[in-house]
Structure formats: C-alpha cells, structure tokens
Design a protein around this ligand. Structure first.
Ligand code: C5P
Length: 223
C-alpha cells in the first residue's frame, strides 16, 4: 500500500486536478484539491475579505469545516459535510480565492486543515504551496508548468465541458489567469514556486497520458 504524500504544484490551468485524480486512482489514495479550499474561503469571505479585521476573518474561517470522503478519482472534498459544488469553479471565484489567499489567517487556516488531513491519510495534494510550505517533507514533489496560452485554452475547454453559461473569450480568460498567476507568484506568504527538490514537468509538451506516465515513473523510481 502506498503511504506517502505526493505534492503537485503549479499555475492555473496546468492540469493539476486532472493529474491528481488519476494519480490518486492509480495509487489507491485520496487527492486533495487545495485550490477548492481557497475558493470556498473566497466565497465565504467575499470581496470584503481583503479589508476585514483579522478577528472577523477568523470567525468566518472557524465556521468552515473541511473533510475528505472516499479515495482515488472519486475523492470528495466536503465543506460542512457537503461536497463542494460547481459554483466555485468560475474565474471570478478563482480570483477571490487568490485575493483571500494573500491573507495570513486564511493561509494558516488552510495549511492547518491540509496538514491535519495529511496526518490521517496518504494524499496526492495539489495546489501552489504543497511542496514548499504545507508538506515540505513529502516523499514525491512535482511542479507542473506550461505556456500561459496553452493553460488558458485548457481552462476554456474545462469550462465548456462543465456546461458553463457565459463562457469568457480566450483572450479574457488568458488575461484573468495571467493576473491571478502574477498575484500568486508575487505574494509574500507561500508564493507559487517550485520546491527545490521538485521534479519540474512541462505539460505543454506532453498529452495527459504522457504527463501521467512521467509522474508514475518518477514515483516508482523513488519508492
Ligand atoms: O487551483 P485553483 O485554481 O483552484 O486555485 C485557486 C486559487 O487558490 C489560486 O489562484 C491560489 O491563489 C489559491 N491557492 C493557494 N494555495 C494553494 C492552492 C490554491 O494560494 N495551495
């Protein structure tokens, strides 16, 4: 049985969630979509989150209870006992997540929740700071990257597949993703960057199967 933590970090639209699900399925362990956790925080705190006093932020955060159910590709992230819904998947909520994700109490709350889950079960943990901050001792660390245009196109396809109404144009989506990545890379706490010991994979050069094989081979080689 696989008992370790695998971290997958990288910018928006690089294929982290797709890979996390597949890898979790292959390894027989749950995956943790930490972006979804920040998206939930973004929705609960709203636009006002960025200017709220710390005590008010903490009160909102304390009312959010994260848990995992199931494993493999079927893993569900539960918020207050309910699976997270599709309403968090818009680019507006992504930007809200990025903005509240610059706040120290939000990062501390999510980090502790993530580490708590990681103590209960092996995980494929995907996000921005899994290998650098949350699970610095993880056995297997990866950083996925791809050209911004490729990522915007992928994200647009995902939105189409989800049946999103008011699809953004590719140009608008690319600009929104670029703004979010910039905010994620330049924040002072837990910025988006590869861990020193992460394997960096360019997902623009490979198809889904190709990336998956690279990940699996690297894990097998070290296990
Ligand atoms: O991965 P996803 O696009 O769902 O993440 C939404 C936002 O949540 C990111 O742009 C980032 O600002 C934030 N995030 C983070 N740390 C993580 C995961 C996500 O700051 N580990």
């Amino acid at each position: 049985h696989f008992r370790e933590i695998v971290t997958l970090d990288g910018p928006a639209g690089v294929g982290k969630t797709t890979m996390a699900k597949r890898l979790a399925g292959a390894l027989g362990i749950p995956y943790l979509d930490t972006g979804a956790m920040y998206r939930v925080c973004g929705m609960r705190l709203g636009e006002e989150g960025a200017t709220m006093p710390e005590s008010a932020i903490m009160e909102v955060l304390r009312s959010i209870d994260f848990a995992l159910e199931g494993s493999g590709a079927e893993t569900k992230l539960l918020v207050d006992m309910h699976p997270v819904g599709a309403e968090i998947r818009t680019e507006r909520v992504g930007m809200l997540a990025s903005t509240v994700g610059t706040l120290a109490p939000v990062r501390a709350y999510c980090r502790e929740a993530q580490q708590g889950l990681g103590r209960l079960t092996p995980l494929v943990a995907e996000g921005r700071d899994m290998g650098t901050v949350v699970f610095p001792d993880a056995a297997h660390k990866f950083f996925l990257d791809a050209e911004p245009e490729i990522r915007a196109r992928r994200r647009l396809n995902q939105l189409k597949e989800m049946g999103t109404s008011d699809l953004p144009t590719l140009e608008d989506l690319a600009a929104q993703i670029a703004a979010r990545d910039h905010q994620d890379r330049t924040r002072s706490e837990a910025p988006l960057k590869p861990a020193e010991d992460a394997v960096i994979i360019d997902t623009g050069e490979l198809d889904v199967d190709g990336v998956f094989e690279r990940l699996l081979q690297a894990i097998k080689a070290k296990s």
